[in-house]
Design a protein around this ligand. Structure first.
Ligand SMILES: Cc1cc2nc3c(=O)[nH]c(=O)nc-3n(C[C@H](O)[C@H](O)[C@H](O)COP(=O)(O)OP(=O)(O)OC[C@H]3O[C@@H](n4cnc5c(N)ncnc54)[C@H](O)[C@@H]3O)c2cc1C
Length: 448
């Protein structure tokens, strides 16, 4: 989707950047826009510099690929009854739609048909296995045991979890945070179990976010290449086409870009402990494949989730009648997503169609219209889906997000974004929103 016509931002490179402002915000995703709005409301002058030609970052409603708008980044507000962003949206009278779809489990291993509906006891076994993983996470947190979650789990294949352990692990790891279960830190993972009250935004999460940026001075197509922060008098934030001097800046680029060799150059460089911390985190990968079908193809409540184990801990989750439309949104994560990305968009679409065909039959496949797939791992401005600390390095997040303090002893460069959110909301839109507010509050304190 391009920003043209929809967004309030300054998309053209011909629009000159202001030479000075109070606070520069790098990145017009949810964290950056939240910080910008809060600072602007407190009477501060801000400039938001965004690399892409659109607002929203990893919250993106694609309006051009299919016959309707579809969220290809974040789509759900998890545990909307306790989610701080959902509360904020309700306060702003944004309509949230409860996510009340059915849950269908498919079993690929039963003899006879290659794939058949699972039995009731299979649902129970999967629920049991998943609860055990969540219990292990809570135990590790209580004991502050910074190891891989996998090492805390003792589930026997013959026990009540039955054959569903791997699928539970796929749900907790690749499908939840984009990393393999074996690489999931027990102290650096959001809660697995939610309250069960998720919600989505009719019209699209990205559509809402783009509209909410109205009136903010967002400059599109302006990748920041360098931040000079040594000067006791402030920071200079440079793009290829001009620079802005400011008292402070808030950097909200995804962690993958802080770690990248071709990422923003900090002058002076990031301090050693911070560089080390960034290196101890990784970007998990989640991708979405959206398939449009003829109207009325699926006899299922909106957003029904169909789960299929592909092999081992590789699994695909498919939302049927997603967003109450004749749409299937498949989600894959971790190594499986990486493999599929390597094979290209057409192969990703084919993989999701083939899973659906295996579950629901040829007749459904004949009603397929067209599809679109994401490649968040290859996206130059995200390099993955959400940040995760490697097992044993749960403190990395805090260290990586430490403010850079210039010679005058003032925090000049603050970090925000999903990667630096409070632990219960890391990897989520709510986390990005919270982190934007925290950074803006800190900037106000620093600037006095
Ligand atoms: C496939 C997928 C599904 C998801 N599903 C959910 C979900 O259902 N629910 C949920 O709560 N969360 C979900 N998330 C997570 C959620 O999308 C993110 O946590 C959130 O959007 C992160 O916001 P952010 O502002 O921290 O980062 P971003 O949205 O990535 O914003 C950072 C911005 O910085 C820009 N940028 C990068 N480099 C530069 C540079 N050098 N100069 C200027 N700008 C730069 C980027 O273009 C981007 O716009 C999902 C994420 C993905 C990828």
């Amino acid at each position: 989707m391009t920003a043209a016509g929809l967004l309030p931002a300054f998309g053209s490179r011909a629009v000159t950047l202001p030479g000075e402002t109070e606070i520069v915000i790098v990145g017009a995703g949810l964290a950056g826009l939240t910080a910008a709005r809060m600072l602007q409301e407190r009477g501060r002058s801000v400039v938001v510099l965004e690399a892409r030609d659109r607002i929203g970052g990893r919250i993106w409603t694609d309006t051009s690929s299919l016959g309707f708008a579809v969220d290809l980044g974040a789509s759900l507000l998890r545990s909307a009854d306790i989610n701080p962003l959902a509360t904020e949206l309700r306060n702003r009278e944004v309509r949230l739609q409860p996510d009340e779809g059915d849950f269908w489990l498919f079993d690929q291993e039963r003899s006879g048909d290659p794939v058949r509906d699972a039995e009731m006891h299979d649902y129970d076994a999967l629920g049991f296995a998943y609860d055990k993983l969540d219990d292990a996470l809570l135990d590790a947190r209580a004991l502050r045991t910074d190891v891989s979650l996998a090492s805390r789990i003792k589930l026997e294949a013959g026990g009540p979890a039955g054959r569903w352990i791997d699928l539970a692990k796929a749900l907790a790891g690749p499908l939840h945070v984009g990393v393999e279960f074996s690489a999931l830190s027990a102290l650096d993972a959001p809660r697995l179990a939610g309250t069960g009250n998720d919600a989505w935004l009719p019209g699209g999460f990205g559509t809402w976010l783009a509209q909410s940026a109205t009136g903010l001075p967002v400059f599109l197509n302006r990748p920041v290449v360098r931040i000079d922060w040594a000067d006791g008098n402030g920071v200079t934030v440079a793009t290829a086409e001009g620079q802005v001097k400011a008292e402070a800046c808030i950097v909200t680029v995804p962690l993958g870009l802080l770690a990248a060799k071709d990422g923003i150059v900090f002058q002076p460089g990031l301090p050693e402990p911070q560089r080390e911390a960034v290196g101890r985190m990784t970007m998990g990968l989640i991708d979405r494949i959206a398939l449009q079908y003829e109207a009325g193809t699926f006899d299922a409540p909106a957003n029904t989730q169909a789960l299929l184990r592909v092999s081992g801990t590789r699994a695909m989750s498919l939302r049927l009648n997603a967003q109450a439309l004749p749409l299937v949104v498949a989600q894959v994560g971790g190594d499986y997503a990486r493999d599929l990305e390597g094979r290209g968009d057409a192969a990703m679409i084919a993989a999701a169609r083939s899973q659906l065909r295996a579950m629901l039959g040829e007749a459904v496949d004949r009603r397929f219209v067209k599809g679109v797939a994401t490649q968040w791992g290859r996206d130059p401005w995200s390099r993955g889906a959400v940040a995760a600390a490697k097992p044993g390095f749960a403190t990395a997040r805090r260290n990586a997000g430490r403010a850079l303090t210039s010679l005058a002893g003032r925090a000049r460069v603050l970090f925000a974004g999903e990667a630096f959110a409070p632990v219960d909301w890391i990897g989520s839109a709510a986390g990005a929103w919270l982190s934007g507010r925290i950074a803006a509050t800190e900037a106000l304190r620093v600037l006095g």
